[in-house]
Design a protein around this ligand. Structure first.
Ligand SMILES: Cc1ncc(COP(=O)(O)O)c(C=O)c1O
Length: 924
């Protein structure tokens, strides 16, 4: 039998390809079988080879299962070409459409299917029962497996809400591989006494997956193998329900702390299988239940007289209307039946949840690995402001990426916190920013320490991943920052990255994934010993002037650190949730000290009329991700890789377009593992996982920067073209690129459509260049040059004007942005100066300084190039003058730049305070 390593055509060792590769293998078998069947005398070697290639991986799936595979093998060996085609066709279709989940005939082969066509649909088809698979890890001999499977089938009852099939494996390695390859798995039953090594020869998978995806899981390969396997599976897929069947040592296993963490229930080996069957279903029910959504459905079905203020509730004002009935027809009755402004009748209150919203939030906390979760119905824009208001008091320093979402800048204004802006590395060529280098963050913290202001630094805010897909090494950032300031709080804005929890590759780079790693790390005696070593070299209380600190990977003092981590995510951006659905995740060991102010912040920002449908959809999004997130996310990642490969290798399309790889998006110094890109030859699971574990910055492959400047389009132009002519929607653009993204909603057809459109556009460019001759070609080249080469430098943040700095001489540049912001509320304290006016050039040369009165945010690139109170320099003006975008928030060309005027600034700094002046009282 060929192996993953020895056969170049098997791509299971390649990144993320598991599920789609399986479909492709069945497709290849079908093609080979058809060719064979056309000429019955022809060589069957290709079919046999395709079957062998596929066969070794099928043990990890319940369908088609051993009986059908045996049948297929017999048809092959007896040279029944037509029969082979028929059976492969049936299996192929069942896999692609997932019909095997509900169609009993698919399991019995083609003859049954013919009969099935004639019979009436059974209860399963009429009443959809979700299907899943249970992995049984057992030392029993293979020939006993069918009998056990049959025994469990007899336990099925008509009232079971779900239906499952068993998949058997006989080793620890196979169990790990099955959990990776088979997205249908929801539960695992592990028996004592299983051998470690797989019977399959899959060295690449073994070497990389076990070492990288479940590191340290198998420290001692003897003894507690059952528990080690449970822990490894939970590291890979935390949502799996794990049951253990233990022999004589059942109590010992039950008493182990790993069991408490990882195992749902332990059974004595020989007990009733019915108990296990019911426990498996009960565990799935626990994930399936959506307390708020379920109750809302019940509420909608009850006859209800409403005397509260929401005319659309129950829909009578709509369905009986002479004029707006179409709204009712469009949305359907349920939307209105499920509308209410009541918090009684089991609808609970989002602001003060005590019932099913509370339970729904607790379930979300379990799913996302947080201690607490808050549902938010006004988007992450609001979630961010809530967290910032809850954690920051006026005068606290908030270290924040200047390129972050505007909600954070406004959060600082509202809280009165002093933003200390950190600069991300620029990607000038695409007119965008990447991530903030860890070195810059450490430097800022050390400077604050040197200035004796570290106690004021309370919160670090970073965007993970960024709009363009830069993912931090979250664990390392927090660990090194905590080494300098052990009680620093982190807010990870994962607006785009909520889905990442369900990818074992990305999870470690999420706030909650990294929190779990750090929690374990800080309890580890080996870490403590390493910290002691560091302490001997660098001292416990770092000298901020010590240059070694910036060069060393710092370890935090495990006795001092406080893990205080917050994450916000736009559930609506990456999961099946209605627009504006967002969550705040909390993993803060000192949460009790801020709980009250957290609730105040919720009261400040949350609407008192939250949308019930949004709350319900957050609840449902959690259910989906906990049950099928693993498979869906893997598919989204796979599709993104497909787009990258297809675009970059297409002979015509790649002449004009390409998707930027990791090497273009992330400077080399942040890719210490040597990782270049997902598509370069030789990259496999191992290299990619190594990069995700070690590199300072990694690229989220689902965020695709498609360079269109080389086709003569600026980002906005290309975005509009795709929308107007080809019904393709996207949102972010840069000067010479557009951002495409794949998510759990995309299919292979979407990818095919996109590629077809790119081919059409490329053909049009070719035709136009040919028709227009040398002149058109020169014009095209000039346009491409201007878009791709003549790109303006991105301006850095300068500093706040001295009037807004408590210590103007300080090396750190935090400032009182709130005072500057409100300073602009009085017209007489502001001036407008036209961007092109010589007055600007004169003041830049001779003064007085130009000080922005407000935020100026051009789209693209979408970050504030001026904030209130910021001193404006040449670079900023130059960038503004070269900007050729139409949408610039905070700037009206006809009026010019809005500046705080010198007399106001002088008076303000003279008085040592700034802000809105008290209106003068009239003389008595
Ligand atoms: C990084 C980041 N954070 C927060 C937000 C705001 O999220 P929402 O649209 O859910 O309010 C966005 C929106 O694009 C964003 O890009």
């Amino acid at each position: 039998m060929s192996t993953a390593a020895s056969s170049p055509s098997i791509r299971v060792d390649q990144f993320f390809t598991a599920a789609e590769a399986r479909f492709d293998r069945w497709r290849s078998l079908l093609d080979a079988a058809r060719t064979w069947a056309v000429r019955a005398d022809s060589d069957s070697t290709p079919v046999l080879a395709a079957f062998r290639e596929l066969r070794q991986w099928e043990d990890y799936f319940a369908y088609p299962g051993p009986a059908l595979l045996r049948d297929l093998e017999e048809r092959l060996t007896s040279r029944d070409a037509t029969g082979t085609v028929r059976l492969v066709q049936l299996i192929n279709a069942a896999l692609l459409t997932h019909s095997y989940r509900s169609n009993a005939a698919d399991w019995e082969g083609e003859e049954q299917t013919a009969r099935f066509g004639e019979r009436l649909p059974g209860a399963d088809e009429l009443l959809h029962r979700p299907y899943f698979e249970v992995l049984v890890v057992t030392p029993m001999r293979r020939d006993a497996w069918p009998e056990i499977a049959q025994e469990y089938k007899t336990l099925r009852r008509a009232q079971d809400k779900f239906i499952y099939e068993l998949v058997f494996v006989g080793s620890v390695e196979d169990a790990v591989l099955a959990s990776i390859l088979n997205g249908n798995l929801e539960s695992v039953v592990i028996s004592d006494g299983i051998p470690f090594a797989s019977a399959h020869n899959a060295p690449v998978l073994r070497e990389f997956l076990l070492a990288n995806l479940a590191p340290n899981a198998f420290s001692a390969r003897s003894g507690q193998q059952t528990l080690e396997l449970a822990r490894a599976l939970k590291q890979i897929r935390p949502e799996l329900d794990i049951f253990v069947l233990s022999g004589s040592e059942v109590e010992k296993v039950a008493g182990d702390p790993v069991a408490a963490e990882c195992i749902r229930r332990i059974f004595y080996q020989v007990e009733e299988p019915l108990e296990l069957h019911l426990s498996i279903l009960d565990a799935i029910t626990d994930r399936f239940d959506t307390p708020y959504f379920d109750n809302l459905q019940k509420y909608a079905q009850r006859p209800m007289g409403t005397f509260h203020a929401l005319p659309v509730a129950r829909g009578k004002s709509i369905f009986k209307s002479n004029w707006i009935r179409d709204m009712g027809r469009f949305y359907g009755m349920n939307l209105f039946l499920a509308e209410s402004s009541a918090t009684t009748g089991g609808l609970d209150s989002l602001l003060e949840p005590t019932g099913n919203i509370k339970v729904a939030q607790e379930k979300a906390a379990r799913a996302f690995g947080a201690d607490h979760v808050f549902f938010v119905t006004n988007g992450t824009s609001t979630s961010n402001k809530m967290v910032e208001q809850a954690l920051l008091a006026p005068g606290d320093i908030m270290l924040v990426d200047r390129n972050c979402h505007k909600s954070h800048h406004y959060g600082a204004v509202l809280a009165g916190a002093l933003p200390l802006y950190l600069e991300a590395y620029p990607l000038t060529k695409f007119s965008m920013y990447g991530a903030v280098p860890l070195r810059s963050i450490k430097k800022a913290l050390l400077e604050l320490k040197a200035e004796k202001k570290l106690d004021k630094a309370r919160l670090l805010v970073l965007t993970n991943c960024t709009f363009d897909g830069h993912i931090y090494n979250v664990e390392r950032v927090m660990e090194e920052c905590l080494a300098i300031k052990p009680d620093l709080i982190f807010l990870w804005d994962e607006a785009w990255f909520g889905f990442a929890r369900w990818s074992p590759f990305y999870r470690r780079r999420t706030a909650m994934g990294a929190a779990a790693i750090l929690e374990r790390k800080f309890k580890d005696p080996a870490y403590r010993a390493a910290y002691e070593e560091q302490r001997k070299k660098l001292g416990a209380d770092f000298d901020p002037a010590n240059p070694e600190l910036l060069k060393t990977r710092l370890l935090a003092d495990p006795d001092q650190v406080r893990l205080r981590i917050y994450q916000t995510n736009s559930t609506h951006k990456s999961m099946s949730c209605l627009r504006q659905g967002s969550m705040v995740l909390v993993k803060d060991q000192d949460y009790h000290t801020v709980e009250e102010q957290f609730h105040e912040a919720v009261f400040t920002h949350a609407s008192t009329s939250p949308n019930l449908q949004i709350i319900a959809s957050i609840d449902v999004a959690r259910r989906q991700m906990e049950l099928e997130g693993y498979e869906l996310v893997n598919r989204a990642i796979q599709l993104a890789l497909d787009v990258r490969r297809e675009v970059n290798s297409h002979p015509l399309v790649s002449k004009y377009f390409h998707v930027a790889g990791s090497d273009e998006m992330i400077p080399e110094e942040f890719r210490a593992s040597g990782f270049v890109d997902y598509l370069v030859p030789g990259v496999n699971w191992g290299t990619a996982v190594k990069s995700l574990r070690e590199d300072e910055v990694a690229l989220d492959v689902t965020r695709l920067t498609l360079v269109c400047g080389s086709a003569g389009f600026d980002g906005t132009q290309f975005k509009n073209l795709l929308a107007a002519e080809y019904d393709i929607q996207l949102n972010k653009t840069s000067r010479n690129s557009v951002l495409l993204q794949t998510n759990i909603n995309n299919t292979r057809s979407d990818i095919a459509h996109l590629l077809k459109v790119l081919v059409t556009i490329s053909q049009q460019i070719e035709a136009k260049l040919q028709r227009g001759g040398a002149e058109a070609q020169q014009a095209f080249a000039a346009r491409v040059k201007s878009l791709m080469d003549d790109v303006p430098d991105l301006p850095n943040f300068t500093c706040f004007h001295n009037s807004f700095r408590k210590y103007p001489g300080s090396a750190t540049s935090e400032g009182d942005m709130r005072s500057a912001f409100f300073g602009a509320y009085r017209e007489e304290q502001c001036d407008h100066v036209k961007l092109s006016s010589p007055e600007i050039d004169r003041r830049l040369k001779e003064g007085p300084e130009l000080v922005s009165a407000n935020f100026v945010i051009p789209y693209p690139p979408g970050f504030p190039i001026m904030v209130p109170g910021q001193v404006i320099n040449w670079e900023t003006i130059d960038f503004m003058r070269k900007l050729d975008v139409k949408e610039i928030h905070g700037f009206t060309a006809a009026l010019g730049l809005k500046l705080l005027n010198p007399s106001y600034l002088e008076a303000a700094s003279g008085r040592g305070r700034v802000g809105v002046e008290e209106p003068k009282r009239a003389a008595a």
